[in-house]
Design a protein around this ligand. Structure first.
Ligand SMILES: Cc1cc2nc3c(=O)[nH]c(=O)nc-3n(C[C@H](O)[C@H](O)[C@H](O)COP(=O)(O)OP(=O)(O)OC[C@H]3O[C@@H](n4cnc5c(N)ncnc54)[C@H](O)[C@@H]3O)c2cc1C
Length: 393
């Protein structure tokens, strides 16, 4: 069997590794000239790490990652801690794998190096996919350079603006969520020692929130700030923003947040868009994976992790049978309930973090504060459905 993969992001490259591990032939086509990722952090929770571990990448990840002591929520302006869920050793004990904070470029480098080492000939850069055709028992993929290739199955891992999805299902407009996100990475050495908590910390406030965490074994600090804004803006990760605007957005917030912003040299911002779960993901010998089929808001930090889970499940379904359309249907059936739940869960976090007014804040965060002290184990169990899941089991 020969699988064609369109797109070499985290999802596409992980899918290639999973397929190779399953003994399936792979050809991956990426439109850029090098595998690259933006300069920002990413959280890989235990459910994703379990797949990367099965691919033999745990040691390399350990070498570049930061393992947070806890997942916590604090009030943005005062810094008051609402709850803290232990995660460093607890992740391994409770979920069977660590919780990692990784620089996206480091993760991409580990994945792409593994792919080139395992099957150099599988990687085709500078190949922009234009469309596909299914004829008989094969799929033909066409490129903008007027070349074409043939395979048995096509996986569209070409991200949120997927050309494969557009051909399969038509254009799908996205909704602007009314939120703009800032991202910044600064050297930890530029900040007072221990100022930023060694956790995955969500700082909540009226109409905005921020997330802070360490990267590269503690050498860098990652900041994401999400602010409600009117108007429709481009869905790009690489638009530079004005530091004065970012400073104004978080004026008066706790020192860890404002100190990171003070140290920022490059600030990027982009608008957050949302899409509903798709009705279907596959037609015949063509399927979708990752953001191409379930783009989600980043508020549960699961977009890439879901693509990693997808990759494993898809490879196991294809390994089991020679009936490719049936394998793709089984993959979709296995994945859709979970990814749809995560998509909706991420959306519901948005309203939770941005409560305005003392009354709404007390009604939301007061019970959380109490529960964290009276029933800490209950607070912990809220993440179990997500992190204890093991697609490799
Ligand atoms: C602010 C923010 C924070 C986030 N934090 C987290 C987090 O902590 N944890 C987490 O799990 N997720 C997180 N995510 C989500 C995560 O970044 C995405 O879900 C993930 O990158 C999707 O991977 P993908 O491979 O499906 O798509 P992409 O990363 O978009 O990769 C698609 C690839 O396809 C290529 N491509 C596109 N079109 C073509 C074409 N026509 N031909 C050939 N190649 C093509 C692109 O160049 C790209 O390399 C976050 C997202 C945001 C916005």
């Amino acid at each position: 069997m020969k699988a064609l993969i369109a797109g070499g992001g985290i999802g596409g490259v992980t899918a290639a590794l999973c397929l190779i591990e399953a003994g399936i032939g792979v050809e991956l086509y990426e439109r850029t000239s090098v595998f690259s990722e933006i300069g920002a952090g990413i959280q890989i929770s235990p459910n994703g790490v379990k797949v990367l571990e099965r691919l033999g990448l745990r040691e390399e990840l350990d070498a570049v990652a930061f393992r947070p002591e806890a997942l916590e929520m604090r009030l943005g302006p005062s810094g008051l801690r609402i709850f803290s869920i232990p995660m460093r050793d607890e992740a391994v004990r409770r979920y069977g794998a660590p919780y990692y904070h990784v620089h996206r470029a480091d993760l991409m480098s580990i994945l792409s190096k593994a792919l080139r080492t395992r099957l150099t000939s599988a990687v085709h850069m500078n190949k922009e996919v234009q469309g596909y055709a299914q004829i008989g028992d094969s799929v033909t993929l066409t490129f903008t350079d007027n070349t074409r290739v043939q395979g048995d199955v096509l996986i569209g891992a070409d991200g949120i603006h997927s050309a494969i999805r557009t051909q399969m299902l038509g254009a799908m407009p996205a909704r602007f969520t009314g939120n703009v996100a800032w991202r910044v990475v600064v050297p930890a050495s530029s900040l007072p020692k221990n100022l930023v908590p060694p956790t995955a910390c969500v700082w909540v406030g009226p109409g905005r929130h921020a997330v802070t965490y360490y990267l590269r074994r503690g050498e860098r600090v990652n900041f994401v700030g999400v602010v409600e804004r009117d108007g429709w803006q481009g869905e790009s990760w690489t638009e530079r923003g004005d530091k004065a605007d970012l400073t104004a957005d978080f004026k008066g917030w706790a020192k860890p947040v404002t100190s990171i912003i003070e140290q920022a040299t490059d600030c990027y911002r982009w608008a957050l868009f949302d899409r509903d779960p798709l009705e279907e993901w596959c037609r015949g010998r063509v399927t979708l994976l990752g953001d191409a089929c379930h783009p989600m808001l980043p508020f549960l930090a699961q977009g890439a992790v879901m693509s990693i889970e997808d990759a494993w499940v898809l490879s196991r379904q294809l390994k089991k049978t020679t009936d490719i359309p049936a394998a793709l249907k089984a993959y979709e059936a296995a994945r859709k309930p979970r990814t749809s739940k995560v998509q909706r869960g991420a959306r519901s976090q948005m309203g939770l973090y941005h409560k305005r007014g003392l009354g709404a804040q007390l009604a939301t965060f007061g019970p959380m504060w109490l529960a964290a002290r009276a029933m800490p184990s209950f607070v912990h169990t809220r993440n179990d459905w997500l992190y204890s899941f093991d697609v490799t089991a």
